[in-house]
Design a protein around this ligand. Structure first.
Ligand code: ADP
Ligand code: MG
Length: 306
């Protein structure tokens, strides 16, 4: 598409990430990923947001599952979104969590989203640049499952601090974690924690915990990859019912609450991330300098270049 190639160069910050709109200031940006759909990634995104909000933070949810958005439904939110001269306004939940999702942009919330990769990547950037997020302590990004266009765009272009990986006991946890860790490594994104969902079912009568999917190997996997296992969430009909009714803000998760308590400290200890784009550019420049050095050619003074 020739028009696309003539687009203006994006505005980048000093670390090589795309700048948001002028009224958006995000302290911590965290992505939630999984190997496949249905493991509870959107639930975990919502629970982290809910607990962070309960702890008094300003929180936004960027529904990055562009083609399979489910965040609005779990918070009981509907569009359409409004806009002001600054940009598009997120929709606020009952406890004041700011949400942006493709669901709010569709004429019908049941309409399928059948956009292709470049359009999807464009929506991700629009959500970052054109939404008036305001001042947020936390922005949670609910990523689609796997390692497609959205995670790639988010990791390359947005100043994400780290990711949380969600798995379930039915999965090949070791392979999924390995893939996620590899992608995160390639993109220089730290893994902040691992969450196992559907870990067990607690009998409401005898309170015994039943491992419906057998013993999981999540503890060993977490240890093997030096990742914190931050929560084991049970299968709980009350959770399913709350999500169905758009009342996920009524769900309490003590383990996620504890994770959120430690999160700001944890994120503060991380080195500031550079974009993969900037890293590649710096590496090329260093290689060129080394080659010029080896050949005895004086370096080009970049400041005098046109
Ligand atoms: P994903 O985003 O990974 O596709 P969701 O978070 O949408 O998965 O979860 C899939 C469905 O399972 C949702 O309807 C959700 O309410 C339900 N669910 C998720 N986790 C639990 C749980 N621990 N107990 C009961 N229901 C759950
Ligand atoms: Mg989801």
């Amino acid at each position: 598409m020739p028009e696309n190639q003539q687009q203006e160069a994006p505005q980048l910050d000093e670390m090589g990430f795309e700048l948001p709109g002028p009224s958006t200031h995000v302290k911590h940006m965290i992505g939630v990923v999984s190997g496949k759909g249905g493991v509870g990634k959107s639930l975990v995104t919502s629970l982290i947001a809910v607990q962070a909000r309960k702890q008094g933070n300003e929180v936004g949810i960027f529904d990055g599952d562009i083609t399979g958005p489910s965040i609005p439904k779990s918070f009981g939110l509907t569009g359409p979104v409004r806009a002001n001269p600054m940009g598009i306004l997120p929709v606020s939940s009952k406890t004041g969590i700011h949400v942006m999702s493709t669901n709010f942009l569709l004429p019908n919330e049941d309409d399928p989203v059948i956009w292709r990769g470049p359009v999807i990547a464009g929506v991700v950037k629009q959500f970052w640049q054109e939404v008036v997020w305001g001042d947020l302590d936390y922005m949670l990004i609910d990523m689609p499952p796997g390692t497609g266009d959205v995670p790639l765009t988010v990791f390359q272009s947005l100043p994400i601090d780290g990711i949380v990986i969600v798995t379930s006991p039915q999965e090949l946890v070791s392979m999924i974690v390995r893939k996620a860790v590899k992608m995160a490594d390639n993109m220089g994104v730290p893994v902040l924690g691992l969450v196992e969902n559907y870990s067990y079912f607690e009998c409401p009568n005898c309170h015994e915990q039943h491992k419906l999917f057998g013993e999981s190997h999540v503890d060993e996997v977490a240890e093997q990859y030096h990742i914190d296992l931050v929560a084991k969430i049970p299968i709980d009909p009350a959770i399913a019912a709350a999500v169905d009714k758009g009342q996920v803000e009524d769900v309490d998760s003590p383990q996620i609450d504890e994770f959120v308590t430690k999160l700001s400290e944890k994120v503060a200890t991380l080195p500031k991330r550079k974009s993969p784009f900037l890293i590649a550019q710096e590496r090329q420049a260093a290689e060129l300098d080394a080659r010029l050095d080896a050949a005895g050619i004086p370096k080009i003074d970049k400041s005098k270049q046109e």
